[in-house]
Ligand binder design. Structure first.
Ligand SMILES: [Zn+2]
Length: 309
């Protein structure tokens, strides 16, 4: 889900949401709920009685999502986070948005009939929490924040045992071609389509991850670069130029991969041979899924990407 730039306070943002929903403020009766995950204090704002089980599954989902993100980054990206759950009609998880004011604030819309299976399979909250780990680099670089959230969500969930590796690669094979440049493309910084923003950004991340691991002989990956950026910036509350983000990430892994890729892709259409890359990683499409091979030149890189450090 696209995160809005932090405009105003969390309270003001919440008030706007109520107006938009045209509903009475559900939080008036909300029970405060606080948990600690990965070194972070999480404050839950929701109405437990809106859910059939008294909110237990929603609580577990928030804790699980925070643990997945804390696992990927080595600790949760912000010291404090408020998660506001707005219960809506229906089932499933409907969407979310992240803010930094300067503490993290995530608003998610969840159906009252949401099932435990839907919460187990949810990507929205991990995606939103991933946004908290990257400084704000401005609207022109939304492809970096959305691409990272898209890419990291899959990898982080595999590392935590919440999603299968084959499922993530199958989704990338299905979706990442949407991130390739179309005929009128002017590079990632100047082409703000959905495909280029989410999947063009995710493609940048995959290319960077593979390249960092190749250049460092698998000592480091994109994950190490992102951990350094999160640690040194403090995350979404910081305003950093994109060059500083990439330089900081590169510095942590001893390469210039992120800066090089950005120089190539920022204002020019670049069309990498994705199918060949997946073949080298030992990933073969098979129907709507994939078969993972142990015999391909970059098998060790693929394993390293999906293995928790
Ligand atoms: Zn997003």
């Amino acid at each position: 889900m696209q995160r809005a730039s932090p405009a105003g306070t969390a309270a003001a943002a919440a008030a706007v949401a109520y107006l938009a929903l045209g509903a009475p403020p559900a939080l008036a009766a909300a029970t405060p709920d606080d948990i600690t995950v990965g070194g972070a204090a999480l404050h839950l704002e929701f109405e437990p009685r809106a859910f059939g089980d008294g909110g237990d599954a929603v609580r577990a989902w928030i804790r699980r999502s925070a643990n997945i993100v804390a696992g990927y980054y080595g600790r949760f990206p912000t010291a404090r986070l408020t998660v506001q759950v707005l219960a809506e009609a229906g089932d499933g998880v409907h969407g979310g948005k992240s803010f930094a004011n300067p503490d993290g604030f995530i608003r998610v819309q969840v159906g009252r009939e949401v099932t435990e299976a839907q919460l187990l399979a949810d990507w929205v909250l991990v995606h939103e929490m991933t946004h908290l780990a990257l400084p704000d680099t401005g609207e022109a670089h939304a492809w970096l924040s959305e691409g990272l959230a898209t890419y990291v969500e899959g990898v982080a969930r595999v590392q935590a045992g919440n999603r299968s590796e084959a499922d993530v690669w199958a989704e990338e094979i299905r979706q990442m071609p949407h991130g390739l440049p179309q005929p009128d493309d002017r590079g990632l910084d100047h082409t703000h389509t959905w495909g280029r923003t989410y999947w063009g950004g995710a493609m940048f991340c995959l290319l960077a991850d593979v390249e960092i691991r190749k250049r460092s002989h698998n000592r480091f990956g994109l994950q190490d670069a992102l951990r350094a950026v999160a640690r040194e910036s403090g995350g979404l509350a910081a305003d950093w130029p994109i060059e500083r983000v990439l330089r900081t990430g590169d510095g942590a892994v001893g390469t210039t991969t992120l800066e090089d890729l950005y120089a190539q892709m920022k204002d020019r259409p670049v069309t990498p041979d994705l199918m060949r890359l997946w073949q080298e990683l030992g990933i073969e499409p098979e129907g709507s899924s994939v078969r993972l091979s142990d015999h391909a030149p970059l098998v060790e890189v693929r394993r390293a990407i999906m293995q928790a450090p």
